[in-house]
Design a protein around this ligand. Structure first.
Ligand SMILES: NC(=O)C1=CN([C@@H]2O[C@H](COP(=O)(O)OP(=O)(O)OC[C@H]3O[C@@H](n4cnc5c(N)ncnc54)[C@H](OP(=O)(O)O)[C@@H]3O)[C@@H](O)[C@H]2O)C=CC1
Ligand SMILES: CC(=O)N[C@@H](CCC(=O)OP(=O)(O)O)C(=O)O
Length: 342
C-alpha cells in the first residue's frame, strides 16, 4: 500500500525539491500540498518544472488540510513548524525541514533563533554515528541545515578517528537557493551575478551551534567551530572547505585511512580518488556527497572538502533518505547519486 505524503510549504524551494523527489519515489503517493501567501494558486504557476502536479491547487497550511496522511513534510520558515507538528498526531511521520527541532540545547536555540525552544527530534543525517538507529521507526525527523550537512560529512571522520584537534575552521560557499524563494534585496540578480561575498562572519551564523553539536558528539569533547559562509553566483550547491589541526603522529596515510573507513559502505558519500576534488556541478540535483581530504604537512592541518546540492542532500534528499529509514524502506529508494552535467 502506498505511503501518502503531504507537503506544507509546497510553493517554496525546499517544498518544490521534496516534490520533485517524491514524484520519483515508487512507494509514495502525493496528497495535499499547502502554501501561505500562495494558497489557492495552481502549483504549475509556482513550480513549472513539476509538470505532473501542475493542476494541483495549494491549500492553506492548516491541521485539517494536512490530516489523513502517513507522512507530512514541513518546508516552512523557522519557528513555524512546531505549532503545525503538535496538531498532527503521534502516528503521523512528521519530517521537519526547518530548524525548529535540530538543536539539543535550548540556550543555543534561543541565542541564534531568538524564540523559545520547541524541542529536539531524531536528527536526519543518517551517516553520523548512531543516527540510523535513532531514525528507525521514528515518527519525528529534524532534517539538518544545509551547511551542517556539508560540514559534518567533511569533518566527522577525522573526529571519529581522533586525529583532529577540537577546533575547526570552515569556509563554505552556497548557491542562492539556500536563502529561500522570498524576495530579498541582496539576492537580486544584479547583486549576486559575477560576485562572491561573505556573510554571517565572526560566529554569528545560526548553523554554527548545529555544527558544534554534531562534531562534538562524534569527538566526545566540545569542538570549537569558526564558520564563514559565502554567497556564490549559482542557484544550487555548497562547497565546504574545512580544516583542523592534526594531533601528533598523524600522517597523510592515516588521514586517508580514517576517511576510507568512515565511507566504505555509505551509499551517498563518495570519497574521491586521491588527487580529485569535489565540485558542486558534479552533485547537481543528486543526493550524492563528494568528499576529499588531504594532510597539509607544512602546517600540520587536515583539510577536508565536501560538495553537496543544498536542496537535495542538503534538504529534500536528506529528508527522503531519513523518511525511508523511519519507514523501514531501503534507504536509497527514490534517490539518485547521478548528477546533471555540465
Ligand atoms: N533552501 C534551502 O537550501 C534549505 C532550506 N531549508 C529549510 O526549509 C524551510 C523552507 O525553506 P525554503 O523553501 O528555502 O523557503 P522559501 O521561502 O522558498 O519557502 C517558504 C515556504 O513556507 C511558506 N510560508 C511562508 N511563511 C509562512 C507562514 N507564516 N506559515 C506557513 N507557511 C509559510 C511559503 O508559502 P508562500 O510562498 O505560499 O507564502 C513557502 O511555501 C526553511 O525552514 C529552511 O530553513 C533547509 C535546508 C536548506
Ligand atoms: C545562501 C543562504 O542564505 N543559505 C542559508 C542557509 C539555508 C539552510 O540550510 O538552512 P536552514 O534550513 O537552517 O534555513 C543561510 O545562510 O541562512
Amino acid at each position: 500500500m502506498a505511503v501518502r505524503a503531504a507537503v506544507a510549504g509546497a510553493s517554496g524551494y525546499a517544498g518544490g525539491e521534496v516534490l520533485r523527489l517524491l514524484l520519483a519515489h515508487p512507494e509514495v503517493e502525493i496528497g495535499t500540498l499547502t502554501g501561505n501567501s500562495n494558497a489557492g494558486q495552481r502549483l504549475g504557476a509556482l513550480q513549472p518544472h513539476l509538470f505532473p502536479l501542475a493542476d494541483r491547487v495549494l491549500a492553506e497550511t492548516t491541521p485539517e488540510a494536512l490530516a489523513g496522511h502517513d507522512v507530512v513534510f514541513l518546508a516552512l520558515p523557522h519557528g513555524q513548524s512546531a505549532a503545525v507538528a503538535e496538531q498532527l498526531g503521534p502516528d503521523v511521520l512528521v519530517v521537519d525541514m526547518g530548524a525548529d527541532f535540530r538543536l539539543n540545547d535550548p540556550a543555543d536555540w534561543e541565542r541564534f533563533y531568538g524564540s523559545p525552544h520547541a524541542g529536539t527530534w531524531p536528527y536526519g543525517l543518517p551517516e553520523l554515528p548512531g543516527a540510523r538507529a535513532a531514525l528507525e521507526g521514528s515518527k519525528r525527523i529534524a532534517v539538518p541545515g544545509c551547511y551542517p550537512t556539508a560540514v559534518s560529512l567533511a569533518l566527522y571522520p577525522a573526529y571519529a578517528a581522533q586525529i583532529a584537534e577540537p577546533e575547526a575552521v570552515i569556509v563554505a560557499a552556497s548557491g542562492t537557493s539556500g536563502a529561500g524563494k522570498a524576495p530579498k534585496p541582496h539576492l537580486l540578480g544584479s547583486e549576486v551575478m559575477g560576485s562572491m561575498s561573505p556573510y554571517g562572519v565572526g560566529g554569528g551564523h545560526r548553523h554554527t551551534p548545529e555544527m558544534i553539536q554534531n562534531l562534538s558528539a562524534v569527538a566526545g569533547e566540545r569542538v570549537a567551530v569558526s564558520f564563514t559562509p559565502t554567497l556564490a553566483p549559482m542557484p544550487r550547491g555548497i562547497l565546504a572547505t574545512c580544516s583542523a589541526k592534526a594531533v601528533a603522529g598523524v600522517t597523510a596515510e592515516s588521514v586517508r585511512a580514517a576517511y576510507e573507513k568512515a565511507y566504505a559502505d555509505e551509499p551517498f558519500v563518495h570519497l574521491l580518488p586521491e588527487g580529485q576534488w569535489p565540485a558542486t556541478a558534479s552533485v547537481h540535483g543528486s543526493n550524492a556527497v563528494q568528499v576529499q581530504v588531504a594532510y597539509d604537512e607544512a602546517v600540520g592541518r587536515i583539510i577536508a572538502i565536501s560538495a553537496i546540492d543544498n536542496l537535495t542532500k542538503g534538504t529534500a534528499g536528506g529528508a527522503l533518505q531519513s523518511m525511508n529509514i523511519a519507514l523501514g524502506l531501503d534507504e536509497s529508494t527514490g534517490l539518485t547519486t547521478i548528477g546533471v552535467a555540465p
